[in-house]
Design a protein around this ligand. Structure first.
Ligand code: PRP
Length: 182
């Protein structure tokens, strides 16, 4: 596993916190009712972003988590997605905010949007810290985006490589191992 010294910092902890505060302000401004916003974190990656985001928000809210698994078919990445842990509460008639760490192909968010929209929330919005527009395979709406990034492998602030590095306070790029000299 590449140690942290081989990483390149893409966004510092301070830069991330500034964006998180800006997103929180935008959500607060858009959510002007007394009905609590039901915030849905998508585990595991979103747990750090969700924790910081809700503490920066002023609007009344309730918190829930969902767990999904993706099974890619390797050749086309068009695999299926399965719900491993559902929401704890019903969302019919309630405003809902999905919180994701990253939108890559968009398939996960597309699936979640369809599943949650079918339950009749009064509104359904999405906040994601990172987005890779060049990787998008499915057109999916994202209402609040922290940073749009190129197609690089990023870790930290909840994002992992083989389950490591989620604890880093910054976001770093891990380059694939260089080919050995010939
Ligand atoms: C990541 C991320 C999103 C999904 C985005 O989850 O948290 O849920 O991939 O990819 P997509 O746009 O191509 O669908 P991952 O499967 O890495 O699990 P994790 O959250 O537990 O790290």
């Amino acid at each position: 596993m590449p140690p942290p010294e081989s990483e390149t910092i893409l966004y510092s902890a301070e830069e991330i916190q500034a964006r998180v505060r800006a997103i929180a302000r935008a959500i607060d401004a858009d959510h002007q009712t007394e009905v609590p916003l039901h915030v849905v974190g998508v585990l595991k990656g979103s747990f750090v972003f969700a924790a910081d985001l809700i503490r920066a928000m002023q609007t009344p809210l309730t918190l829930d988590f969902i767990v999904i698994a993706s099974y890619l078919d390797g050749a086309t990445s068009s695999g299926e997605i399965q719900l491993l842990k559902d929401l704890d509460s019903a969302i019919e008639g309630r405003p809902v905010l999905i919180v994701e760490d990253i939108v890559d192909t968009g398939r996960t968010l597309h699936y979640l949007h369809a599943v949650l929209q079918a339950r009749g929330p009064s509104s359904l919005k999405t906040a994601c810290l990172l987005s890779k527009p060049s990787r998008r395979a499915v057109d999916v709406p994202v209402d609040y985006v922290g940073f749009e990034i190129d197609d690089r492998f990023v870790v930290g602030y909840g994002l992992d490589h083989a389950e490591q590095f989620r604890h880093l306070p910054h976001i770093a790029v891990i380059e694939p191992p260089a080919a050995p000299p010939r």
